[in-house]
Design a protein around this ligand. Structure first.
Ligand code: KG4
Ligand code: ZN
Length: 342
């Protein structure tokens, strides 16, 4: 059998992305991010779906052009079915359906969270892919999960946030400091010049391997309001130290539970995935823990951390190998069916 060429579309939130994979090799991975949300301090669903409609055709054309393939070379079309924003998902879903119909090739549905995790199997994501079973700390703007990955499609959630996601915490705390949305990467950058021990914030006490970030956001807000009463320029004068301190706290919270789960489950294959896995402090801490605890860690390349269609194409390729195809009656699915389902 020839190596399949998969075209995949990702449109679950505010990035319109298309990618072409030959086998596990990325031929192109194009994304148009939507600047329109910055002035609102968060994603506005109606504006997101409208921007997807504007971006989807040029992004797909660009992906095909950069991959140096022709439409007739495409073996299957993959798309993100969910979870995500309904209006955004609908744009990608409808487009993928019509494309698969017009090309006469199979349609393959992909779960966005599985894709963040399985991005590790893209040829150039890691020097070697993770070995099953592995634990994957999956941290994005919408999700914070510790997932036990027993096989490609056998995943069990062992811990999750009970309120805000880690990326959401970065974004909301960034907003309090007047930073642009999404603030995660900005906080990361500003932290490089700051003292991470300058301020301390209390960490949540949550049972098991679950997380909570909403209390941290509130205590940060109160601390800032109090400090600003005495010094109206407090944020400006302490911005780097504030960023470094809150970043350290969020990363410590994430790593503490991951370490606990890894120890209890006796797993030393540890991966990170999702937008927050781009964070330099998280990457440093994971590497440090690996040396201390004998973990083998998998830290994806930056382009496969935040939302991208290469990871969707990777899952579609794995499903193509299993001949797991969707039919044209399929609809977008914004939420998982059960709380244990990924
Ligand atoms: O995976 P992703 O692109 O979208 C979702 O599925 O949510 O993740 C986006 C999130 C945002 O909250 C953003 O602030 C965060 O990832 N993020 C970061 C960094 N880069 C992106 N958070 C911390 N440090 C970063 N370097
Ligand atoms: Zn994502």
């Amino acid at each position: 059998m020839n190596t399949p060429i998969i075209l995949a579309i990702e449109s679950s939130c505010d990035d319109t992305s298309a990618a072409v994979l030959r086998g596990n090799i990325v031929l192109s991975n194009i994304a148009a991010s939507q600047k329109v949300h910055a002035e609102y301090g968060g994603v506005v669903p109606e504006l997101a779906s409208r921007a997807h409609q504007q971006n989807i055709v040029p992004v797909i054309h660009q992906a095909i052009k950069e991959a140096k393939i022709q439409q007739k070379d495409i073996s299957a079309v993959g798309f993100t079915r969910g979870p995500g924003l309904l209006g955004s998902l609908l744009v990608g879903t409808s487009f993928a359906k019509s494309l698969s119909m017009s090309l006469g090739v199979p349609l393959i549905e992909v779960n966005h969270l599985q894709a963040h995790i399985l991005a590790h199997f893209i040829d150039d994501a890691n020097p070697t892919p993770p070995q099953f079973p592995f634990l994957c700390l999956t941290v994005s703007g919408g999700h914070t999960l510790i997932v036990l990955v027993k096989d490609y499609f056998d995943m069990q959630i062992v811990g999750r946030t009970i309120d805000d996601a880690a990326g959401e915490a970065f974004d909301k705390i960034g907003k309090i400091m007047g930073l642009e949305y999404p603030a995660g990467a900005v906080i990361d950058r500003l932290s490089a010049e700051g003292d991470s021990k300058a301020f301390s914030f209390s960490k949540p006490k949550v049972a098991g391997y679950d997380y909570s970030f909403s209390g941290l956001k509130t205590s940060f807000l109160y601390a800032i309001q109090k400090a600003e009463k005495e010094n109206p320029n407090f944020i400006k004068e302490n911005l780097n130290d504030l960023c470094a301190s809150i970043q350290r706290t969020i990363i410590e919270i994430l790593i503490d539970k991951l370490e606990q789960a890894a120890s209890d489950l006796n797993i030393k294959e540890i991966a990170i995935a999702g937008g927050v896995s781009a964070n330099s402090e998280l990457r440093k801490s994971i590497t440090h823990k690996a040396q201390k605890l004998g973990w083998k860690t998998y830290i994806p390349k930056f382009e496969y951390t935040t939302d991208n269609a290469a990871m969707i194409a990777m899952v579609a390729k794995l499903k193509y190998d299993r001949q797991e195809f969707a039919d044209l009656s399929i609809t977008a699915s914004p939420r998982p069916a059960t709380s244990q389902e990924i």
